[in-house]
Design a protein around this ligand. Structure first.
Ligand code: UGA
Length: 430
């Protein structure tokens, strides 16, 4: 017998709010998603989805009886038992997470005395839950429970990650509240782990930091492989077979980006320094990630003598394949450096959304990788889009002014590319 169907208010129709709202509706709950952006709400109401996420659009359509979108606060809270806070927490100038959107949601809950629980899903500094708790108490909502329920969904597989997670982490001071949130996930295939609020907040930040650490670690080993003649792909494969280490997040490359790792690692570092402790390891992890892009530019510079006046093609712009997300994408850092060095940039990406991407993209974007490469002095594979496997690399080499190729994702075969005439460089491979 399934657990009771709940009425849920979701605040924020970004990646997390939409995935949470759609999946909770899929589980049988009644969900109202509120956002303050009229265009976004209008789009969602017309049956469109403002982001690319496999399975999400279908799920929203399939559950339209139970899932509504609104700008209206009263409509959102009417009958709501659980309020899910899914707003974004961008970095502020100081490096601390900017929690203003959280506070405006909490403020809007004043008077919602019928709520049973407020749940924060947004990624927040440890201690935020305690502050929300105090704010609820001060607003006359002392009887309303509080829980932290961080998300571990990766873009491009968020729906699957929600429905079949490695774990559901619930931080709550009150057992009944923890049970309420656990029951809400009835039908989700994954273990529930209950703990105190601060620990749950920390799990999220620690998980992302460790994932970023694995990547920076293998990237540093890759650099050493280049200097010693070892092949990092062989090394990573065999290291990953140790079950204590695992094969995941050991893909060397041009560095991690996206909406989470850069922001969350900075936020964790800032959180630590606010307590008076300097996180040694994480600082190095961030530094190695920055270095990875500088090294790519340096390699091209060494090869071409100068970047001034050179045309460099960037293949792939989004921070990883399978998403249209450009946030903190390595491509933007690379393009910025190239332009600053006086190079010209041409680019290709199958999904980065026109209009929302950096201004340089709109002037130099081409419909195919081959077009972006024609006449270029060098090309960088920035994002490992599967389409790049289909490129006629022989023909593309002929169309370039100089066939210099930096494969920032170790996507292509070194011997094969050299046989086609490329000056081929990759990450940590001889
Ligand atoms: C990440 C985490 O994987 C999720 O668990 C987490 O919930 C999410 O952040 C979040 O905090 O919301 P996401 O940013 O979507 O998810 O992307 P990932 O697939 O983790 O990739 C992050 C970056 O690392 C990408 O730039 C990717 O290219 C890079 N990466 C990943 C590597 O360079 N090597 C690897 O082996 C794996």
């Amino acid at each position: 017998v399934g657990k009771p169907e709940r009425q849920v208010a979701v605040f924020g129709a970004g990646y997390i709010g939409l995935v949470t709202g759609a999946c909770l509706a899929e589980l049988g709950h009644r969900v109202v998603v509120r956002d303050i952006d009229p265009d976004k709400v209008a789009l969602l109401r017309s049956g469109d989805v403002p982001i690319y996420e496999p399975g999400l659009g279908d799920m929203i359509v399939r559950n339209k009886e139970r899932l509504t979108f609104t700008l209206d606060l009263e409509e959102t809270l009417r009958g709501a038992e659980i309020a899910y806070v899914c707003v974004d927490t961008p970095p502020s100038a100081s490096g601390d997470a900017d929690l203003s959107r959280i506070w405006s949601v909490v403020k809007s809950l004043e008077g919602a005395a019928h709520l049973k629980a407020v749940v924060v899903k947004s990624t927040v500094p440890v201690g935020t839950g305690a502050r929300v708790r105090s704010a609820l108490d001060a607003a006359g909502l002392a009887h309303v429970g509080y829980a932290a329920n961080p998300e571990f969904t990766a873009e491009g597989r968020a729906v699957a990650d929600f429905m079949r997670p490695d774990r559901i982490v619930i931080g709550a001071a009150d057992e009944a509240v923890a049970q309420l949130i656990a029951d809400l996930h009835d039908g989700v295939d994954g273990p529930v782990v209950v703990m105190d609020v601060r620990s749950a907040e920390m799990v999220k930040l620690a998980s992302n930091a460790l994932l970023a650490t694995k990547i920076s670690f293998i990237n540093e080993i890759a650099t050493l492989c280049e200097k010693t003649g070892a092949d990092v792909e062989e090394v990573a494969r065999a290291v990953g077979l140790d079950h204590r280490l695992g094969p995941h997040f050991l893909r060397p490359g041009i560095g991690w980006g996206g909406s989470c790792f850069p922001k969350d690692s900075e936020a964790l570092r800032q959180l630590a320094s606010n307590t008076g402790y300097h996180l040694q390891l994480l600082s190095a992890v961030i530094e190695v990630n920055n270095l990875q892009k500088r090294r790519a530019i340096q390699k091209l510079k060494d090869e071409l003598g100068t970047l001034a006046g050179m045309r460099v093609a960037l293949l792939g712009l989004t921070f990883k394949p399978g998403t249209d997300d450009m946030r903190e994408a390595p491509s933007t850092v690379l393009a910025g450096r190239l332009l600053a060095e006086g190079a010209e940039v041409s680019c290709w990406d199958p999904m980065a959304r026109p209009g929302e991407v950096e201004p340089w993209v709109s002037t130099t974007r081409h419909a195919t990788p081959e077009e972006a490469m024609a006449g270029a002095d060098a090309v960088i594979v920035v994002t490992e889009w599967p389409q790049l496997k289909e490129v006629d690399w022989a023909k593309a080499a002929e169309s370039m002014r100089r066939p210099v190729l930096f494969d920032g994702r170790n996507l292509l075969d070194p011997a094969g590319m050299r046989a086609l005439g490329y000056t081929y460089m990759s990450v940590g491979r001889p």
